[in-house]
Design a protein around this ligand. Structure first.
Ligand code: F6R
Length: 353
């Protein structure tokens, strides 16, 4: 039931702060110790020499973020693969691979095909799914819940943040983030709430920048490039505005020729190592007429940025940076008079290859 909300998508965007708290409540005990991840899971992963995250669409984008946690905190080399590609072009694997399937529905046919293949090869697999007791959770060796609660809108929102959160927690169980993850996640929940409270800001940005436009761009570097992919998918799949999300350094290798007068270019700027380079790229597209809209974290923000994202640990910034993109997709779609929850040609769960 969507209650007072006009669309499920808006309700699900708003639920993300509560989802973050529920996930922390499930995976941490009162003393701040991790719980709910069986030793069998961590033991099996510790035996592996490489993780292979396999997923589709938004879940694939969540995997691109999760990779950083497994590599930086757990020190396990991690690859992220698109299920429909991996299924028919399996890359050369390490000696002891461990597979992680990410899925909201647990029913995605492309991911199921890969799980079937890797099981035949005798490799261990864990599914992180929102719908437990789904095919992917039943058929993998291990399964952990993503705990986003039912997601009805076709465009995935809270399942993405939940998948990022659960991957962070799993990586913390395998290694050491070097800071108090539980405390930082509590802060993330508060700040997600603070951003979702700014709806009018994002409604105005969406209406000013996107109504009447036929294309748009999201750029970023590092983790922001991963979020840019998800931000672009969200906007294009429901508003039908052709949107590309990509690594900002690639602009000069081709895409910058697409920039016209008023082309909306959203820049996600939350990673200090590359902030200077990204500022340069924003200036380059602005000089060619782009309408640049910068979402920067507090530590990196400058006069003229469209919105300042509250500061949390940089590796957790994707959890905040994605929220404006979700709201902008929502309001742009609403302004164009389209059905936010049911974009054309799409189904919630893709059970065919
Ligand atoms: C986009 C979206 C899809 C799904 C994809 C995988 O908003 O929802 O891209 O992420 O179809 O679905 P799951 O996660 O159910 O395997």
């Amino acid at each position: 039931d969507k209650g007072a909300y006009p669309y499920y998508m808006l309700k699900e965007i708003d639920e993300q702060a509560v989802v973050a708290r529920n996930i922390a409540g499930h995976y941490y005990d009162e003393d701040g110790n991790l719980q709910g991840i069986p030793c069998a899971v961590t033991d099996a992963i510790e035996e592996a020499d490489r993780l292979y995250i396999v997923a589709a669409g938004t879940s694939y984008h969540a995997g691109l973020v999760g990779k950083r946690y497994f590599e930086q905190w757990a020190k396990i080399p991690t690859e992220v693969h698109i299920a429909s590609e991996f299924a028919y072009d399996q890359p050369m694997l390490s000696e002891k691979p461990f597979f992680i399937f990410l899925s909201q529905s647990g029913e995605t046919a492309d991911s199921r095909e890969v799980l079937d293949n890797v099981k035949k090869q005798g490799f261990p697999a864990l599914t992180l799914a929102n719908v437990m007791n789904s095919t992917l959770t039943r058929e993998a060796d291990f399964a952990l819940p993503v705990l986003a609660g039912p997601e009805i809108a076709v465009a995935s929102t809270k399942a993405y943040t939940a998948q990022v959160l659960v991957q962070a927690i799993l990586a913390a169980a395998l290694g050491n983030p070097g800071f108090d993850l539980k405390a930082e996640l509590a802060k993330v929940a508060v700040e997600i709430q603070a951003i979702t409270d700014e709806k009018e800001t994002f409604k105005k940005i969406a209406e000013d920048a996107l109504v009447g436009q036929h294309s748009a761009f999201y750029i970023g570097r590092g983790l922001d490039a991963a979020v840019a992919l998800e931000a672009a998918l969200k906007l294009k799949e429901i508003s039908y505005i052709q949107t590309e999300g990509f690594a900002a350094g690639e602009l000069k290798h081709g895409t910058i020729s697409l920039i016209e007068d008023k082309t909306p270019v959203f820049a996600l700027l939350t990673q200090s190592k590359t902030a200077g380079l990204l500022r340069g790229e924003v200036a380059q597209v602005a000089a060619r007429g782009a309408n640049t809209i910068v979402f920067a974290s507090e530590n990196l923000a400058k006069e003229g940025d469209a919105f300042v994202l509250p500061q949390v640990n940089e590796l957790l910034m994707p959890l905040l940076a994605v929220i404006p993109a979700q709201l902008i997709a929502y309001y742009a779609t609403l302004a164009r008079g389209l059905d936010v929850d049911r974009p054309r040609n799409l189904a919630k769960s893709v059970t065919v290859q």
